[in-house]
Design a protein around this ligand. Sequence first.
Ligand SMILES: [Zn+2]
Ligand SMILES: [Zn+2]
Length: 365
Amino acid sequence: MSSFSSTSVDPIAEQRPHASVRVFELHGPGAIAVAHRPLPAAGALMRVETTGVCGTDHHIWAGKIDVPLPQLLGHEVIGRLERLPADHALVCSSPDALAEGDRVLIAPGVPCGECAGCLGDGRCLDRPCYGLTMTGDGLTGGFSPYMQLLPGTRVFRVPEGLAPARVVFAEPMACVLSALRKAYGPRYVPAGLGGLVLGFGVIGLCSAVSIHASGGAVTVVEYDPTRRALAAQLGFATAASVEEAAELALARGGFPLVVDAAGTPAAFKSGLELLAWSGTLVEIGNFADLGEIAIKPSDICLRDLRVIGSGETFYEDFDPAIALVASTSVELARAITDVHRFDALADPSELFTVRAAGKAMVTFT
Ligand SMILES: [Zn+2]
Ligand SMILES: [Zn+2]
């Protein structure tokens, strides 16, 4: 009955009775500033370890994707469960119960629980997303040392020994695996199927790793010489232009799989042209409205082409994504080109004014 043994007191609230957290708030295109938000006194809380800087963050910062303002950006978040009330209502694929201290990756989208999709097959049609669409003054983005985890949030265990430089690729990898699941089913890329990847940003890199994992040869088209050199360093064949890729396509009768991750409408058209007969174009590059391009539908019809678009990331692709970034022989850490310490970032716009050649991440420890 010692008075020192009480466990009912919330240790975080006790340490910081009126704690506020330093965050980065986006107030409009190009306008991001340091702000302070209250540390929630109740509910599940995560201490953030690493947050990836995503192309989507750049698009939002630049005003190409509309989000509610002010917004806390950051949706590629790995951390530890800091406070886990008994009624936490988080959802984890692992059969073991979640516990405080567990290292996890979050899925950015949280089902609303109310829409026709949620009430039907469970696929929420309009998931509120951490770092993208959540409003209010909560800690709902990953460029913050703590995040509140709302009921219904999906969390995925991350192995203790998995380096941040690998695990930071898991969320974009899940996006890529979902696109490949839509194209080929739950085993992703068929064994040995070679593929062409247009664009070697992080989505292109994850696409190349996925094709490589199935034993297929990968060719990357990237115009930027620094990114092209990175692709070559990681072991992928490269082409410096679509014209160069077209010569390769001609020599082999086209590519059975082209993943467009270049982020231009023109790349979509090129992707169609580079396909083999009955080939599959996976479109994941135009994830903002980047404009129009003229195509001939007869090219799709007469050559039996398939076009698979992918905007939604399925929850079942997160655990395979974590496993793939852990197991791939591609040296992912070499693709980390920018590491920012959150506490040392006096001006948060530094995260967005320069686009990293590879992957950028923010660390908190
Ligand atoms: Zn992202
Ligand atoms: Zn819903």
